[in-house]
Design a protein around this ligand. Structure first.
Ligand code: UDP
Length: 325
């Protein structure tokens, strides 16, 4: 039986995709360098191999050992601020590393890839909601590394017949409904885990970055998409890759402000969140949200199951209370 290679399958979104694929009967091999990933996050039914995009020999060994049908590629550095202070790390791993992966795929006749892209490839929005035709003009190195790979895909498709789906996530959030895995970044920079940790007293407070945005409550609006909905979208994309290649936004189309997140977390937990007002964070647009009913729905046949922010936060809260890693 042919296998699915999940590069970066020990990370936050990758591990939820592996869990979903395994539950749907797919035979997965997870490869991860475990720099940011967690071995404990990988479903027991998946094989695990330590491999690094920076080492072509480790990729060659992987592709020689197994017969892969397709690759799901999550292995990337994703701290926007760090991408500004250390762009080399981002271009080396996210761009050069992915080119190593594409070379190994080409050498071994593997033609299908589903890729973690991002709404950060759009940059400062020209209009909202954001559809796939929105101009792409990323404002940080992280976004540029993802856009470069999207562009390479189109060229590799024309020249070598690569089949690809680049999934542009909005704000990934939440944890597995059964509480077995969830978000665990070090350092953590994302709003929802930081709010929940402030509520638990693990952090002194949540700093709200900016209250003077041109939005109804003055704080930034984002589109929070549950990580299990992202996982199902990857499987659907994988299943569509024989007839489809392209770029797909993954969001709910629902706008939620920073203040809405804090209020929803207080409601879910029944506890007060200590809040401190802070200046705007550089590079944060006022609002980012996806156009609903785009190709995710019309081409992949995907619909997010989690549409209420309280439901998303409830899964994150369940995880925060019993996290294993
Ligand atoms: N945010 C905040 N305080 C924090 C972290 C984030 O106010 O400690 C805000 C941030 O400015 C943005 C939203 O929360 O408007 C989501 O930020 P996050 O880093 O979770 O995701 P991003 O939108 O940057 O991908």
């Amino acid at each position: 039986m042919k296998k699915i290679l999940v590069m970066g399958g020990a990370g936050y979104i990758g591990s939820h995709a592996v869990k979903h694929l395994v539950e749907k009967g797919y035979d997965c091999v997870v490869a991860d360098n475990l720099v940011y990933g967690h071995r404990e996050a990988v479903a027991e039914a998946a094989a695990f191999e330590k491999a690094d995009l920076a080492e072509p020999a480790s990729l060659e060994a992987l592709f020689s050992k197994y017969d892969f049908e397709a690759v799901l590629h999550f292995a990337a550095y994703a701290y926007v601020g760090e991408s500004v202070t250390d762009p080399q790390k981002y271009y080396q791993n996210n761009v050069a590393g992915t080119l190593n992966l594409l070379a190994a795929m080409k050498n071994h006749g593997v033609q299908k890839i589903v890729f973690s892209s991002t709404c950060a490839t759009y940059g400062e929005p020209h209009y909202t909601p954001i559809d796939e035709k929105h101009p792409q003009s990323p404002i940080n190195p992280y976004g540029r590394t993802k856009l470069m790979i999207e562009q390479a895909f189109a060229d590799y498709a024309r020249a070598y017949g690569l089949k690809y789906a680049a999934l542009r996530y909005f704000n990934a959030a939440g944890a597995a409904a059964d509480g077995s895995i969830g978000e665990s970044h070090n350092p953590e920079t994302h709003l929802i885990p930081l709010v929940l940790q402030a509520i638990q007293g693990k952090r002194p407070c949540i700093k709200v970055f900016g209250a003077d945005y041109p939005t109804p409550d003055g704080t930034c609006l984002r589109d929070y998409i549950h990580v299990e909905d992202l996982a199902s979208a990857h499987r659907l994309a994988l299943e569509k890759l024989d007839g489809f290649s392209g770029y797909v936004n993954l969001g709910t189309g629902v706008k939620t402000s920073v203040k809405d997140i804090i209020a929803a977390a207080e409601k879910v937990t029944g506890k007060k969140c200590p809040v401190e007002q802070a200046p705007r964070r550089a590079g944060d647009p006022a609002e980012l949200y996806a156009a609903a009913h785009g190709p995710a729905e019309t081409v992949l046949g995907w619909k997010p199951r989690y549409m209420q922010i309280e439901d998303i936060i409830a899964t994150a809260w369940n995880w925060e209370q019993k996290r294993r890693f």
